[in-house]
Design a binder for this molecule. Sequence first.
Ligand SMILES: NC(=O)c1ccc[n+]([C@@H]2O[C@H](COP(=O)([O-])OP(=O)(O)OC[C@H]3O[C@@H](n4cnc5c(N)ncnc54)[C@H](O)[C@@H]3O)[C@@H](O)[C@H]2O)c1
Length: 259
Amino acid sequence: MGCMDGKTGLVVGIANDRSYAWFIAKSILREGGTCLFTHLPGEKMERRVRKAVEALGVEDPWLMPMDASSDESMDVAFDAIGSQHGTLDYLVHSIAFADRDWLKEGKFVGTPRDVFTQAMDISAWTYMAMANRAAPLMSDGGGMVAMSYYGAEKAVPGYNVMGVAKAALEATTRYLAMELGEKNIRVNSISGGPIRTMSSMAVGGFSQILDWVEQKAPLKRNVTGQDVGDSAAWLLSPLASGVTGQTIYVDCGYSSMGL
Ligand SMILES: NC(=O)c1ccc[n+]([C@@H]2O[C@H](COP(=O)([O-])OP(=O)(O)OC[C@H]3O[C@@H](n4cnc5c(N)ncnc54)[C@H](O)[C@@H]3O)[C@@H](O)[C@H]2O)c1
């Protein structure tokens, strides 16, 4: 018996088998849950995500295209969940985007308006937009989790506009928790430590961040995908029934250090 037995939810953000979303789905599946998946539109994207999902042991996965920059695309995906599954128990939001030209040391102050608004839109606003579509399907309460990073609260060289977007994501978490709590829907974020993924490799100086964390974190190592996946499964499960509006650090303790 697992802590996600009988729970069906949507996992958004698998690009490949290194994505945080992939590890989160792995933990949910191990704990007895059922996962529905989306991929960015396009045949190549579908192939890549399908391969990653099948590597999780999910045969014939429920997989729909969804581009979170389009309201219509989100409507189509959530309508399909409603008509084909009826209800949802959880939502995993594990997506972010910013123009990599502005994710380099010394490249914050000149961030153009369109780069700033796109980062905020895809990385923060979409948590609210997906929550708004998922909540009506959560007829028996539910859980939501999004992925943040320490750069939301401290300036991390190279993280730049993404840090601002993550601060907005963490604030969005609290406001969503406030409004959805009445329906017994819990809304949280995980502030995950750095791991190598397609997105993180776009952040300038990322390898130095990994080295630094390994030296300074209390556990003297970087997190693994499983560290975060297991914490997400816990947060989405009834084991975390009193936890909402929080950003939970899963970072080997790095954020607890002063120096
Ligand atoms: N890797 C890290 O070090 C790290 C640390 C803390 C937090 N995070 C966060 O974890 C989340 C997942 O990132 P990851 O590191 O697993 O990288 P990843 O590249 O594997 O995943 C990012 C996902 O975002 C999706 N995405 C981007 N734009 C989208 C759009 N318009 N519509 C739908 N999906 C879109 C991509 O398709 C991809 O699946 C992000 O929010 C990221 O900021 C990552």
